[in-house]
Design a protein around this ligand. Structure first.
Ligand SMILES: Cc1cc2nc3c(=O)[nH]c(=O)nc-3n(C[C@H](O)[C@H](O)[C@H](O)COP(=O)(O)OP(=O)(O)OC[C@H]3O[C@@H](n4cnc5c(N)ncnc54)[C@H](O)[C@@H]3O)c2cc1C
Ligand code: FES
Length: 387
């Protein structure tokens, strides 16, 4: 099942900064269900370009729970084709070929508790972070800290909206801007100063690569478990005009006859069809794991390799660390050995939740054990008194 695309009308263009515009998209009533989304998800756009079609993802900066019109924010990239074309050409009334929303950079509904949320945004990385922030403030009682880093004050996107949110929620939203032009580059020290004093918090990061690397490394050094860290990478796919696809000699790769895929809480056995990706095999078997770009750059199809080995044709959406710890993109993976292969398409979507839940369950079991012990002591005392 490939991803659904529809022509959506641009209903507003808002110039946010000299480098960035927001585009609101009108969803006709008959597509309302298809375009239901979760805060933090993105849309994929297809545009005709020279002799080929160009594909780009843009995160939703709007929030599904506030009744806002669906909105993306696009920041110009130096020499970038689509980002500049959208900013220079798109006007109200134009139509854009737009996918239904996808992506796993979302809040886990099961973590709607008092778990603090730490958001880190750099430059245009504010778009999905903005959506997550609004959703957390509207639908939870969570304490939210946002560090938003920019090179200059003029580059701050959604600055007024952020100020309004900070004023509306002074008791549980802390907003910190970092502007390189004022105080130099962000440092690990600046990040550590903002971390909540608790073991159980969730961290979402989106921005330029060096920014994300600094935040991720600092969190790791501070002892934050990697399962509590969510990252969204803004990358462009290699277009046909500059693609140098990794050539995989499929003949030389051994493969098992079937592989196991955890999906929707159940393990399914999927026949492996030679030359097909694991996503294509799963789809041929009637399954529909999350996916969007099918080109290795959006991260929607991330899965954990539990046993066996895979080869990925491309993996722009993943860091080297992701690859080292066994995260694979189903749309780019083929088996790399005949050993039994098991993947979990559920696990990476709610990494944070599982870690939080296990911390909670440990805390609850300790509390339960203490309660039982207290009852036993009290019971013994009562018995002694009675005797
Ligand atoms: C899940 C996801 C969500 C995203 N959300 C957002 C968002 O909310 N907002 C946002 O602004 N961006 C977002 N992005 C990034 C966005 O998709 C694009 O990658 C970005 O806009 C740049 O695209 P472009 O076509 O303008 O640049 P490209 O044309 O892809 O250019 C990128 C770089 O490559 C260079 N280049 C261009 N053509 C060539 C060539 N022929 N040979 C060599 N080098 C070349 C350019 O000079 C430039 O430096 C997101 C990406 C992903 C994957
Ligand atoms: S579907 Fe986008 S990375 Fe696989």
């Amino acid at each position: 099942m490939s991803v659904e695309f529809h022509e959506l009308e641009v209903s507003a263009v808002i110039v946010e900064t000299p480098e960035c515009s927001s585009f609101e998209l009108r969803v006709p009533p008959h597509l309302a269900q298809a375009y239901r989304y979760r805060a933090g998800q993105h849309l994929t756009f297809k545009l005709p370009w020279d002799d080929f079609e160009i594909t780009r993802c843009y995160s939703l900066a709007s929030c599904p729970e506030t009744g806002e019109t669906m909105k993306i924010g696009v920041k110009r990239v130096d020499g970038g084709r689509v980002s500049n074309w959208l900013n220079d050409n798109v006007k109200v009334g134009d139509f854009l070929l737009t996918s239904v929303p996808e992506g796993r950079f979302v809040l886990d509904p099961e973590t709607r508790t008092s778990t603090p949320l730490c958001l880190f945004a750099g430059g245009s990385g504010i778009t999905p972070i903005m959506s997550l922030l609004k959703s957390a403030l509207v639908t939870t009682r969570r304490f939210v800290t946002l560090l938003y880093a920019n090179q200059a004050r003029e580059s701050v996107i959604y600055g007024d909206e952020l100020e309004r949110l900070a004023q509306r929620h002074p008791d549980r939203f802390e907003l910190h801007h970092h502007v390189d032009a004022d105080g130099g580059y962000l440092t690990a020290h600046d990040i550590v100063a903002l971390l909540p004093r608790t073991d159980i918090a969730e961290y979402y990061i989106c921005g330029p690569e060096p920014f994300m690397e600094l935040v991720e490394r600092t969190l790791g050094d501070a002892g934050v478990h990697e399962e509590l860290i969510y990252i969204e990478r803004f990358v462009s796919p290699a277009d046909p005009d500059r693609a140098a696809p990794t050539v995989v000699d499929l003949e030389s790769l051994d493969a098992p006859e079937t592989f196991s895929l955890w999906l929707g809480g159940r393990s399914r056995t999927v026949p492996y069809v030679e030359g097909k990706t694991l996503l294509e095999c799963a789809q041929a078997a009637g399954l529909n794991p999350a996916h969007s770009c099918e080109s290795g750059f959006c991260g929607s199809c991330m899965s954990a390799v539990k046993t066996g080995k895979v080869h990925m044709r491309a993996h722009e959406a993943l860091s080297e660390r992701d690859v080292e710890r066994g995260v694979a993109l189903l749309c780019q993976s083929v088996p790399a050995s005949a050993d039994p292969l098991e993947l979990d398409a559920d696990s990476t979507s709610f990494r944070a939740a599982s870690a939080v839940k296990s911390s909670y369950s440990k805390a609850w079991s300790r509390l339960a054990a203490a309660t039982v012990f207290a009852f036993m002591v009290a019971g013994t005392l009562v018995l002694r008194l009675v005797q």
